[in-house]
Write a protein that binds this ligand. Structure first.
Ligand code: UDP
Length: 239
């Protein structure tokens, strides 16, 4: 099964891909490489919305595990995603790609608030729109933020660029016999609790018929390959 024609995509990058080979934080060299991938995809004529996680800096669950109030820790996580969004904006603009950052937590000195109609206009003008701070509420993740923005911006697909090259029936890091799916249904992902995105994000994509494409962003040129229908990936959609 292949993807329908794609004109507008939402690209979700986990925060951890911004740290490159470091254990924490942002590696500007690696962010520049990612920006080149986004630029190449944009040059094929696509409209691109970006959502970047914050796990390379702070995750609410980790804070809560150390005794912090969960909601407070989640707000810190959301702020981390704004830092990543600004780092990516910087890298894209250094390559001559026009961008706007829109944050679900208003921060008018550094970026715009999320305004759907304004985001539409940015895309029409050829700008990449980077949505920061997830859905703007604790107890969610940027996966849910990505699904929400993909739905409201009417994206044709949600591409999830991570460190693994797709969805497996068990964890490939622990099971050498794990099998990668080429395609898998939303319902199977939810029923088997496969590690794709949070259940709420998968359900939102299912209800709005947005295919989810999971692929490795760590391989050079892979984003463009996946968009062209090649490359290694898993597509989550209705069976
Ligand atoms: N977060 C949140 N609400 C949102 C999006 C993010 O509370 O709508 C917080 C949450 O604490 C999360 C952190 O921000 O752990 C970083 O986001 P995420 O874990 O999704 O980043 P990723 O794993 O993609 O790097």
């Amino acid at each position: 099964m292949s993807l329908p024609p794609i004109k507008r995509v939402l690209l979700k990058l986990s925060g951890e891909v911004l740290m490159g080979d470091q254990q924490f934080g942002i590696d500007p060299v690696f962010v520049a490489e990612l920006a080149k991938e986004v630029k190449a995809a944009k040059e094929t004529g696509l409209e691109i919305c970006l959502v970047i996680g914050g796990g390379n800096i702070f995750r609410g669950m980790a804070g809560a595990a150390q005794g912090m109030d969960r909601a407070q820790a989640d707000y810190m996580g959301m702020l981390a995603t704004v830092m990543n969004a600004l780092a990516m904006q910087n890298a894209l603009e250094q390559l001559g790609v026009q961008t706007r950052v829109q944050s679900a937590i208003e921060m008018d000195k550094v970026c715009e608030p999320v305004i759907r109609r304004r985001a539409e206009r940015h895309l029409e003008k050829g700008r990449v729109v980077i949505f920061a701070a997830g859905v703007g509420a604790p107890y969610f993740t940027t996966d849910s933020g990505a699904a929400l923005r993909a739905a409201e911006m009417k994206c044709d697909a949600l591409l999830k660029g991570t460190s693994v090259d797709g969805v497996y029936d068990s964890d490939p890091k622990h099971n050498p016999d794990a099998i990668r799916f080429d395609t898998v249904s939303y319902d199977r992902v939810l029923a088997d609790n496969l590690k794709v995105m949070d259940a709420s994000a998968v359900a939102l994509c299912r209800d709005n018929k947005i295919p989810i494409v999971v692929f490795s962003i760590r391989e050079k040129g892979n984003l463009a390959r996946v968009l062209a229908g090649g490359g290694v990936q898993t597509i989550v959609q209705d069976s």
